[in-house]
Structures are given as structure tokens and as C-alpha cells.
Design a protein around this ligand. Structure first.
Ligand code: FAD
Ligand code: NA7
Length: 457
């Protein structure tokens, strides 16, 4: 085992879960293979590593993160909590259920801060190509050191792809959109809604990005926010000033014509039309080709490439569960690599994929999809020594969150949930989300003076 070399591509939450999984085995006395993690950014954290940049970064690479300055967790932190590193352990006191981005970055970072995991990461290094050699059953990984602009290649026995799939925007065209005189941007490039104050804003899409960027625009004083759906309306009870309409049929200057005949005038358009699975460093026979869904095809147990089981993906699914799902996947992949978990034959793997695919195809509601992902995670954890947690209670937390949003999308982030890991009830945050304009970690953890809070309530 010691002469094995493993490459992890990407040091976002999934890549960090892989580093933590190996570290945890090593701490328990297991000899682990040599691990090299390549990360194209200067720091880890993936999406949570905020960048003000859009388009191209300081190295001429496409900017990875799609997160915006004012992002607060869009689901309760109790649904993403690590089972072996809790929020109580990190913060030493209860915090609220929907922390801002920087707070969650601190939590992810904190789990590995005191370990030697950073020594295994080559930052500012982009993976350019991965080549599999059938004769030696190894991979050559070619990378570019972005600071020196030098490329090097080295050999690995197994590959873990952890590059995420919310970075390459899906940018459809709309008739006449070239005549729209205002700002048109994709959610990937959205960094803050202050510019929407007093503007009439159109979000095209009906999922997380449309909902949350729409609500951000409302918070920052947009004159109106319209969300346009293709297949199904989000269906919340929207506050005054927000509305949902079916799909835009065409633009005519600043006017948008919708398929139901309605016409509206807008100042700005945000394409909240999702992302593409794209792995430009992989040959097509090793790449996922899928829409964004909870069971992308070609992966045994949702992680191991069926046609080459030495290549693994973490976090490739659409995500209800996030950080703890990445952990469950990472622990399982680690155990496959360490030989602790048996790799079934190709036929057995195909049969398992088929069974899960049938169940995936039968999903008829959001509730069933959440349950599907909970059961998927349970199946993974059962194969490993990752601490099992009460997944059914997390499903209930998700249901409560879904209902809270339908009722009032402006206040759901003020609700408190109970950790299934520690039993701790989340703190009530000092400031209602709608009134809080400072998203920093420092402000979040502070105790603002009483008179200041009274003015905000
Ligand atoms: P990523 O976080 O995308 O990390 C992938 C890493 O791979 C990056 O660091 C990137 O630089 C690196 N990389 C990519 N290509 C290369 C290459 N060729 N070479 C080297 N390195 C490379 N989840 C939640 O739980 N709560 C939320 O509130 C939430 N909000 C979100 C909001 C937005 C706008 C988006 C886009 C996602 C949100 N998510 C949220 C989901 C988010 O995808 C996960 O939380 C998590 O970041 C996924 O982790 P990952 O490591 O799989 O991918
Ligand atoms: P999602 O969740 O993949 O949703 C994409 C949305 O875009 C969805 O509503 C799609 O509608 C819509 N879409 C896609 N193509 C079109 C076209 N051509 N016209 C109209 N609408 C379209 O992406 P998000 O960005 O919302 O969320 C991704 C992650 O970011 C998520 O994990 C969050 O945590 C943050 P459909 O329903 O397919 O008709």
C-alpha cells in the first residue's frame, strides 16, 4: 500500500473530506498511500473561498466560485454538519441555523487547520490532463503550476475527482436578448445585489439561484423582482414586489414577453439557469455526462467510475445534503483504496447501479428525492467507520426548511433547528436576516449593543 500514489483534484469541501478521511485512518495507525491534492486556487474551500473576481482570475484561469458576497447558508447548517466535527466543537457555543458564507468557510477550514493536510495540497496548480494507461493500470496527471507557468507530469494509481459541478454556467439563449440594453449576467458571475436597488430585475430559472438571488435583490431594495420558470414554478407565497411568471418567450429591448402573453419592462436580467458537468482535464470516456441530478449515471455507489474503478468522483450529485454526504463518500472511497472495503465485480456493480437507477427514476416529489439521498448516504456510511447519524431526523429538518421557505422566504433563515449530532438547539441570531447588511464572521459572532439591535428590529 505504501508505494501507491493517489491524486485528489480540487480542495473544496469534497477534496477536504478526502484529505480528512485519509488523515483519520492515519491517526488510527493505518499506513496510508502518498497523497497529492491539486488545487487551482490559492487557498482551499472551493465554492466557499469567495472571490470578487468574475470571468478570468489573476492567473488567466476561469474563476471557479459562483458564490456571492452576501450568501448565507441556503439550508439549515444542521443538515450539513459533519458527524465527526460538530459546530459545537468548532465554535464552542451554539450558533444560528443559517450562517453566512465566511462562517461556514471557517468551519470547513477549522476541521483541518491543526492537521498537516495543507502539506499535501499543491495550491495554484491546475490539473490539465489525466491519462489512463491500460498496460500499467496507472494514470499520468499533467498539471500547470500557475505561478511559474510550468507543466509537469507524474504517475498515480488512483484518482479522486473533487472539482465540483457548479462552476461552468449553463447559458441558454433567448430570442431578442441581444437587444436588451441593461445588464445581463449568469448567476455564476453575480457577486452582490446592491446594484439592483430601485431596479426591475428578472431572474430566469426556478431553483436555488433564482430564489436566493431574487431574495437578495429584494433585500437590497429592488423595485420589483420577477422569476421566470421553464417547467415548474417555485410556488412560494412571495412578498409584495416579487412575482413568478412562466418562461420568457422573447425580449424586445427592455421588454420581456412571457409565454402566457404578459409583458414586463426590466433593467437587469440574471440567468439562474444552472451549471454543466464539465471536466476539461478528463477524456470523454472517464467524464460524467449528466444533467444536475441526484444519481448521475456511470458511478458505482455514486462515486466510483464503473468503467474504470480506479477513478472516483466526490460530490457529483445534485445536493440536498452537502458536507456530511461528501464525508460519507470520501470515507467509502478511502476504504476502497485502502482495500478495507471490497470492490465488487463489474457485474455486481452494474446490478447495484441498476437498482439505484430504478429507484432514482421512480422519484416523484422533492420529499422522495431528499429521502433517496438520505438512504444513499446511509448505505455508504454502513460500509465505513464514519459515525452513523440520525439521517431520518435530518430528512425532517429538510422538510421543515422547505415548508418555512414556502411560507415566508424572507424569514426562514431566522428559524432554529436542533443538531442531530449533539442535540444542541441553534441560537437565535442577534439580527433578523432581512435587516443584517454585514455578512462578516466578525459581525456574526459579535454581540451588538442593545440600542443598535432595537433599531434593527
Ligand atoms: P467545489 O466547492 O466547487 O470545489 C471544487 C474545487 O476544485 C475548487 O476549489 C476548484 O478551484 C478546484 N478545481 C476545479 N478544477 C480544477 C482543476 N482543473 N485543477 C485543480 N483544481 C481544480 N451548499 C450548502 O451546503 N449550503 C449552501 O448554502 C450552498 N450554497 C451554494 C451557493 C452557490 C452559489 C453554489 C454554486 C453552491 C452552493 N452550495 C451550497 C453547494 C456547494 O456546491 C457545496 O457546498 C460544496 O462547495 C461542493 O464542494 P466540492 O468540493 O464538491 O466542489
Ligand atoms: P439548478 O438547481 O441546477 O437549477 C437550474 C434552473 O435553471 C432550473 O430551474 C432549470 O429549470 C432552469 N433552466 C435551465 N435551463 C433553462 C432554460 N433554457 N430556460 C429556462 N430555465 C432553465 O441550479 P442553481 O444555480 O439554481 O443551483 C445550483 C447550486 O447553486 C445549488 O446547489 C445551490 O446550493 C446553489 P428546469 O426546472 O430544468 O425546467
Amino acid at each position: 500500500m505504501t508505494d501507491q500514489r493517489i491524486a485528489i483534484i480540487g480542495a473544496g469541501p469534497s477534496g477536504l473530506a478526502a484529505l480528512r478521511a485519509f488523515e483519520s485512518a492515519e491517526r488510527a495507525g493505518t499506513e496510508i498511500p502518498e497523497i497529492v491534492c491539486y488545487e487551482k486556487q490559492d487557498d482551499w474551500g472551493g465554492q466557499w473561498n469567495y472571490s470578487w473576481r468574475t470571468g478570468i482570475d489573476q492567473y488567466g484561469e476561469s474563476v471557479h466560485s459562483s458564490m456571492y458576497r452576501n450568501l448565507w447558508s441556503n439550508a439549515p447548517k444542521e443538515a450539513l454538519e459533519f458527524a465527526e466535527y460538530t459546530f459545537d466543537e468548532h465554535f464552542g457555543r451554539p450558533i444560528s441555523s443559517y450562517p453566512p458564507r465566511e462562517v461556514l468557510w471557517d468551519y470547513i477550514d477549522g476541521r483541518l487547520r491543526s492537521s498537516n493536510a495543507k502539506d499535501k495540497v499543491q495550491f495554484a496548480t491546475a490539473v490539465r490532463w489525466v491519462q489512463y494507461h491500460r498496460d500499467t493500470d496507472t494514470f499520468t496527471v499533467t498539471v500547470e503550476d500557475l505561478k511559474t507557468q510550468t507543466t509537469t507530469s507524474s504517475e498515480f494509481n488512483q484518482i479522486i475527482v473533487a472539482t465540483g459541478h457548479f462552476s461552468h454556467p449553463n447559458v441558454p439563449g433567448f430570442a431578442g436578448i441581444e437587444t436588451f440594453p441593461g445588464v445581463v449576467e449568469h448567476a455564476h458571475d453575480f457577486r452582490g445585489a446592491e446594484k439592483f436597488a430601485d431596479k426591475r430585475v428578472l431572474m430566469i430559472g426556478a431553483s436555488y439561484s433564482a430564489e436566493d438571488i431574487g431574495v437578495q435583490a429584494y433585500k437590497m431594495g429592488a423595485r420589483s423582482v420577477t422569476l421566470s420558470y421553464r417547467s415548474k414554478a417555485i410556488g412560494h407565497v412571495w412578498p409584495q414586489g416579487m412575482e413568478e411568471l412562466p418562461l420568457v418567450e422573447r425580449f424586445d429591448g427592455s421588454q420581456a414577453h412571457f409565454v402566457n402573453g404578459e409583458v414586463r419592462e426590466f433593467d437587469a436580467v440574471v440567468l439562474c439557469t444552472g451549471y454543466l458537468h464539465k471536466y476539461p482535464f478528463l477524456p470523454s470516456d472517464l467524464s460524467i455526462h449528466s444533467s444536475n441530478n441526484v444519481y448521475p449515471q456511470g458511478l458505482y455507489r455514486g462515486v466510483t467510475w464503473q468503467n474504470n474503478p480506479k477513478l472516483h468522483y466526490l460530490g457529483a450529485q445534485d445536493q440536498w445534503f452537502t458536507f456530511n454526504m461528501f464525508d460519507a463518500q470520501a470515507w467509502y472511497v478511502r476504504d476502497l483504496i485502502l482495500g478495507r472495503a471490497p470492490l465488487p465485480s463489474a457485474d455486481e456493480r452494474a446490478e447495484s447501479i441498476e437498482q439505484w437507477t430504478q429507484r432514482f427514476k421512480a422519484i416523484a416529489s422533492e420529499a422522495e428525492e431528499i429521502q433517496f439521498q438520505a438512504d444513499y448516504i446511509r448505505d455508504l456510511i454502513e460500509q465505513t467507520d464514519y459515525p452513523m447519524f440520525d439521517l431520518d431526523s435530518v430528512v425532517e429538518i429538510f422538510q421543515a426548511w422547505v415548508n418555512d421557505k414556502v411560507e415566508n422566504v424572507l424569514t426562514y433563515r431566522d428559524k432554529q433547528h436542533r443538531s442531530v449530532m449533539t442535540g444542541t438547539l441553534a441560537a437565535a441570531h442577534h439580527t433578523p436576516w432581512l435587516r443584517e447588511l454585514d455578512d462578516s464572521l466578525q459581525r456574526y459572532l459579535s454581540t451588538p449593543p442593545k440600542d443598535e439591535l432595537e433599531k434593527l428590529l
